[in-house]
Design a protein around this ligand. Structure first.
Ligand SMILES: Cc1cc2nc3c(=O)[nH]c(=O)nc-3n(C[C@H](O)[C@H](O)[C@H](O)COP(=O)(O)OP(=O)(O)OC[C@H]3O[C@@H](n4cnc5c(N)ncnc54)[C@H](O)[C@@H]3O)c2cc1C
Length: 533
């Protein structure tokens, strides 16, 4: 059978947030687009449909209403310090500068004009262990979560007559002529297809859903590749097109840079091998190693430095840790990243959300205790230790050490705030100064205090999530060849491009830099194609 043949001005491969943003910008500029995805139309939006929807933004009205005075200059200083770019990260750094300068106008305003709004309280994530992360609160949660953002844009997309779509079409390779990319080919349920296009934009996502690839590119900075790693990304985000871009002469760089998380737990209803959930870890929990000893000497406290957390968990014996807490802490502090784990954000239900913030999320914790194999609960520490021993079956836990660790921490709390001499307690006090964190951080009370509900232990391990390296692109999202020259006809955006320049975040992110850069990358590709760059 002859392959079906299509001709178009621009083909966008991948209908995730990067692809949608590229296509929408082109359509709004009056151009024709063919949008293509391996998945059915119902899954248009890609991983953004699962994302929590947090975006790092600066200079917004939400920040001003929260009395946060931010600026592109301040953001860039933080970004450059955290990213720790290498000398050869020229384009990653250029994209970072561009993002700092343009995020308000080209992401925030653009989204607002298209019907996306943000939760009024700005969160302060990734402050850094030594005040060396975000100097200010910048994490804006999209009202409706990642899915709300994606579906708002998808609705706009389908209003345009200039859009053609091919869903359930998997691209297998790029078409080349005289050194230029002139289309792509692949397979669908109906047979093989070939597409001729003047411009090809690759928005096929990252590699982190494919644990075999994660293993190949694993950076030993995080310890040996963990055999117990969980997968927090759809396995269809397999990075297969990275090799095709390389075969066409495009550079793919720094795939060892990943944004993984340290508080993964096994999914109770796994949809694929090693399917995990990424906890937003409790700050008041004691984070212990496999023996029951506190991870230290600097205690591990969630939300300050994800990169450091991953390194430390990755180097522990057994490459896992335990969060030890009680019911009172759990209902206030525990959360799971993602759209469906945050139904009030997803469904834009303000009053139920405020009620939940004030009184705690009992439903989530009950579900976790009843369903998640890594979440254990018991009335006494001895019973809890028994369950921990049974779960790991590796003989590492020392129940006496566990008891002594907890007793020492609780004794410090009982002495009262004036005598706090523990880094975690100092951080909890600081967290409670910021309104956005205060609602999700308990006032310190001994973990074994009477009336705090059952004790809870959560086994946490590394979970794969985002690729921070990828196709090397310039500020027009053009893919660059081995000489650093644009490969004619080829563009890349979103996670496929390491969110710009093959690595806009360097070795670590300020968090929430992913969705927003899908939009910026995609819009830049479209503007270059439309001649408005
Ligand atoms: C649970 C979860 C929570 C997250 N929370 C946040 C958050 O709060 N903030 C944030 O900034 N980021 C977050 N992220 C990350 C963010 O969602 C992703 O980085 C982003 O959505 C990637 O978008 P993309 O368009 O580049 O790629 P994807 O969404 O992966 O889309 C790629 C598309 O390309 C298609 N495709 C791939 N290969 C082919 C092929 N060969 N042929 C045809 N089609 C192909 C795929 O089917 C897919 O639809 C989260 C991710 C997850 C999983």
């Amino acid at each position: 059978m002859q392959p079906s043949h299509h001709r178009c001005e621009t083909v966008v491969i991948g209908a995730g947030l990067a692809g949608i943003s590229t296509a929408l910008e082109l359509l709004e500029q009056g151009r024709q687009v063919l949008l293509l995805d391996a998945l059915p139309r119902s899954q248009c939006g890609g991983q953004a449909n699962d994302a929590f929807g947090g975006m790092l933004l600066c200079g917004t009205p939400e920040q001003r209403r929260n009395k946060v005075q931010d600026s592109p200059e301040l953001l860039l200083v933080d970004w450059l310090r955290v990213a720790a770019f290498d000398a050869d990260d020229h384009w990653g750094r250029r994209w970072a500068e561009h993002y700092a300068e343009r995020n308000k106008a080209d992401v925030y305003d653009w989204l607002r004009q298209r019907g996306v709004s943000f939760f009024p309280a700005v969160q302060w994530v990734e402050r850094g262990n030594f005040g060396d992360g975000n100097a200010l609160p910048r994490y804006h949660v999209a009202w409706g979560c990642g899915r709300g953002v994606a579906q708002t844009l998808v609705r706009r997309l389908f209003e345009h007559a200039g859009l053609s779509c091919l869903f359930e079409h998997r691209v297998l390779g790029l078409e080349m002529r005289n050194g230029a990319v002139v289309g792509c080919h692949g397979r669908s349920g109906a047979g093989d297809f070939r597409i001729e296009a003047e411009h090809v934009v690759v928005c096929s996502g990252g590699i982190n859903g494919d644990l075999a690839r994660v293993r190949v590119h694993w950076d030993p900075l995080y310890g040996p590749y963990p055999e117990n790693i969980l997968n927090g990304t759809d396995p269809r985000a397999d990075g297969a097109l990275h090799a095709q871009v390389q075969a066409a002469g495009g550079q793919v760089v720094k795939l060892g840079r990943m944004w993984n998380y340290a508080a993964g737990i096994a999914h109770p209803e796994p949809q694929y091998p090693q399917h995990g959930l990424s906890l937003i870890p409790s700050r008041s929990a004691l984070w212990l190693d496999a023996s029951g000893q506190r991870i230290g000497p600097q205690p591990l406290v969630g939300g300050f430095d994800t990169h450091d957390q991953c390194k430390r968990i990755g180097h522990l014996p057994g490459q896992y840790g335990w969060q030890l807490l009680n019911w009172r802490i759990a209902i206030k502090e525990l959360a799971i990243s993602g759209t469906d784990s945050n139904p009030h954000f997803r469904d834009r239900k303000l009053l139920p959300l405020l009620w939940q913030l004030a009184t705690g999320n009992r439903e989530l914790v009950r579900w976790m205790v009843e369903r998640c194999p890594d979440v254990l609960a018991a009335d006494t520490l001895a019973q809890l230790a028994e369950k921990m021993v049974a779960l790991t079956a590796d003989g590492r836990l020392d129940p006496d050490l566990l008891g002594a660790t907890l007793a020492r921490y609780d004794a410090g709390i009982r002495r009262g705030p004036a005598l706090y001499n523990d880094e975690q307690l100092r951080r909890l006090q600081q967290l409670r100064q910021w309104r956005g964190d205060r609602v999700r951080t308990c006032a310190p009370r001994p973990i074994l205090a009477a009336g705090s509900g059952p004790l809870i232990a959560i086994r946490t391990r590394l979970i794969s999530r985002k690729s921070m390296g990828g196709m090397l692109t310039d500020l027009h999202s053009r893919v660059l060849d081995a000489h650093g020259e644009p490969l004619p006809g080829l563009y890349a955006a979103g996670e496929a491009a390491g969110f710009g320049g093959g690595g806009i975040s360097g070795i670590r992110s300020l968090e929430g830099t992913f969705l927003s850069n899908c939009i910026l990358n995609g819009r830049r590709a479209a503007q270059a194609i439309a001649g408005h760059a």
